[in-house]
Design a protein around this ligand. Structure first.
Ligand code: NAD
Length: 259
């Protein structure tokens, strides 16, 4: 396994004066986004179900932490009203064949990964339009573009997020707002570490074989992605150089979806 050591390149982007709301900011990709946006000068609102985790990351970056269950949809528009940047990142995975997939889990996945982004963006757009500038960065997945077995809730939610992102791009483009999806392959985060441990137990094989033979089977680049690599692209999408990137789905997947 090779890993990458990242220089903090995002400190070249200046987001001073912008407010960035990052969901799922207590862990993994969301935490890396909170750190990267703060490093670029943005005021970061770190939102997570894990209130202590959100407070901890907020304290580390000089931001604001909020303990919020994104499935509680009615609270969300106010939370986002003053945001210039929304990073829709919070999500979770449940792996089960369709015929055994719990309907209430399917519904919660759609609430957290589709309807919460809709409510947040809906709440933020009037302010973004007024200021003539806004950035929506949706952390989708290769599973927003491709299916895998046993991930009905997740694949359905991510495909829906792709559609929503494009509508915001089309409506927002003339008014200074862009909306894009980032589509990572497997990223080294607790979400994936849990899957690796479960698969190792299910197949009775060591974890490094799960990574190489199962997770990275379709990736031409044989390593996990680091959360900071995803966060750097999220910050780049909010930089002046990226203002024409709108309605795109950017694969960060080691050529998984190229095949
Ligand atoms: P993670 O489990 O490390 O972090 C997810 C965070 O979201 C957690 O802090 C969790 O508390 C929070 N969260 C979950 N449900 C919530 C809710 N109802 N309300 C508020 N917060 C909630 O996961 P991660 O790997 O960093 O994943 C982040 C995003 O990236 C997800 O949308 C995931 O689908 C996507 N993604 C991850 C990978 C990967 O390989 N890790 C690949 C592609 C896409």
């Amino acid at each position: 396994m090779t890993t990458v050591d990242l220089a903090p390149e995002t400190d070249k982007v200046d987001l001073t004066g912008r407010t960035a709301l990052v969901t799922g900011a207590a862990s993994g990709i969301g935490r890396a986004c909170a750190v990267a946006f703060a490093a670029a000068g943005a005021r970061v609102r770190a939102v997570d179900l894990d209130e202590a985790g959100a407070a901890e990351v907020a304290a580390a970056i000089g931001g604001e932490g909020r303990g919020v269950d994104l499935a509680e949809l009615d609270a969300l528009p106010v939370l986002a009203a003053d945001a210039d940047i929304i990073v829709n990142n919070a999500g979770f995975q449940v792996v089960r064949p369709v015929e055994q997939f719990p309907p209430e889990t399917f519904r919660r996945m759609l609430a957290v990964m589709v309807e919460a982004p809709f409510r947040l963006v809906r709440g933020a757009l009037p302010g973004m339009y007024e200021r003539g500038w806004g950035r929506v960065v949706n952390i989708s997945s290769v599973h927003g573009l491709r299916a895998s077995a046993y991930k009905a809730g997740y694949v359905t939610a991510k495909h829906a997020l792709e559609g929503f992102s494009k509508v915001v791009a089309v409506e927002g483009g003339p008014r200074g707002v862009t909306s894009n999806c980032i589509n990572p392959g497997y990223v080294r985060t607790p979400l994936v570490e849990r899957q690796i441990a479960e698969q190792a137990a299910a197949h009775g094989i060591p974890e490094d074989r799960v990574i190489g033979e199962v997770l990275l089977a379709r990736s031409a680049t044989k390593r996990l992605i680091e959360p900071a690599e995803v966060a750097q692209l999220a910050v780049y999408l909010c930089s002046p150089g990226a203002s024409f990137i709108n309605g795109a789905s950017l694969a960060v997947d080691g050529a998984w979806t190229a095949q």
